[in-house]
Design a protein. Structure first.
Length: 233
C-alpha cells in the first residue's frame, strides 16, 4: 500500500487541489483509482465519484461510500449531473492511462478517452491529476499513433477552461510518513478500500491471472508467512 498505490492515488487527488468540500471524479476503479477515492475522502471531499466499466470494481467503490458512474452506459457528464445536479466536478483523476477504453457499450481501446472526458467534466479553473500511465512506445498500440504514444488529446478544451495538469511518476516518498500515520491512527482504511487480499507465493500465478481479468482485489503476496494471523487495514 505505502510503496505504490496509496501514495499514487493520493498524489492523483492532492495534485489537482482536492480538499474540504471538493467534488471529485476518479476515472478507473482499479487499485490506484480506489486508493485515489479513499484519499479524496481523507482530504475531506464532499462527493467522490468513481467511473469504470467493471461492475465488480464499481461495487467495491460503493462499499466505502463513493458514488459511481458506469462508463459503458454512455455519457459520463450526464451520469455526473444525475449525482451532483451539475455535469462538472472541481477535480478529476485519471487512474486509467493509455489502455483506456472508449465509453458506451462494447467499447474498444481508445487511449485519449479519459484525458478528453476529464477535460469535459472538470469545471473551468479546475485541475486534472494524471497518475495513469502514458508511454513513449506501445508496440501493441491500436494504430500507428498509439504505437509511438501520440494521442489525439483535445488540448483546446483544457486551454479554454484554464485547466492545470499534473502527470508523471508519483513522488512516493513525499507522502510516506503522513499516509503511514493516517493508517496507524485509523484515519483511513486503505486495505479495505482496495480489497487487499493476502495470498501465499504458491497462489501468485492465479492471483496475477485473476487481476489481469479485472478482479476487484489488490493481491498481497505473503511468501514467508510474515503476515500470518494479521488482518490488513
Ligand atoms: N504515476 C505513477 O507513479 C503510477 C504508479 C502506479 C500505477 N500507475 C498507473 O496507474 C494506472 C492505474 O493502475 P491500476 O493498477 O489501478 O490499473 P488497472 O488496470 O487495475 O485499473 C484500470 C481500470 O480502468 C478501467 N477503465 C478502462 N477504461 C476506462 C474509462 N474510459 N473510464 C473509466 N475507467 C476505465 C479498467 O476497467 C480498470 O478497472 C495504470 O496506468 C498504472 O500504470 C501510475
Amino acid at each position: 500500500m505505502l510503496s505504490d498505490i496509496f501514495p499514487t492515488g493520493f498524489h492523483g487527488v492532492v495534485s489537482p487541489g482536492a480538499g474540504v468540500g471538493s467534488t471529485v471524479y476518479v476515472a478507473g476503479a482499479g487499485p490506484v483509482g480506489l486508493a485515489a477515492a479513499a484519499s479524496a475522502h481523507l482530504l475531506g471531499a464532499a462527493v467522490v465519484i468513481v467511473g469504470d466499466l467493471n461492475a465488480e470494481r464499481l461495487a467495491q467503490a460503493r462499499s466505502f461510500g463513493c458514488e459511481t458512474v458506469d462508463v459503458s452506459q454512455g455519457s459520463v457528464e450526464e451520469q455526473i449531473a444525475q449525482i451532483l445536479g451539475e455535469p462538472e466536478v472541481d477535480a478529476a483523476v485519471d487512474a486509467v492511462g493509455f489502455e483506456a477504453r472508449a465509453h458506451g457499450p462494447n467499447a474498444q481501446e481508445a487511449p485519449a478517452t479519459v484525458l478528453n472526458s476529464l477535460m469535459g467534466v472538470t469545471r473551468a479553473g479546475g485541475a486534472l491529476g494524471i497518475p495513469g500511465l502514458y508511454v513513449t512506445e506501445d508496440p501493441g498500440g491500436i494504430d500507428q499513433d498509439a504505437k509511438s504514444g501520440t494521442l489525439k488529446v483535445r488540448l483546446g478544451l483544457g486551454w479554454a477552461k484554464s485547466h492545470r495538469f499534473t502527470t508523471g511518476q508519483c513522488p512516493v516518498m513525499q507522502y510516506h510518513r503522513g499516509l503511514m500515520m493516517a493508517i496507524l491512527h485509523d484515519r483511513v482504511k486503505i486495505a479495505e478500500a482496495v480489497n487487499a487480499t493476502v495470498i501465499g507465493i504458491e497462489d501468485a500465478p492465479q492471483g496475477y491471472a485473476e487481476f489481469d481479468q479485472g478482479a476487484s482485489r489488490k493481491y498481497v503476496l505473503n511468501p514467508h508467512g510474515a503476515l500470518d494471523g494479521l488482518q490488513p487495514v
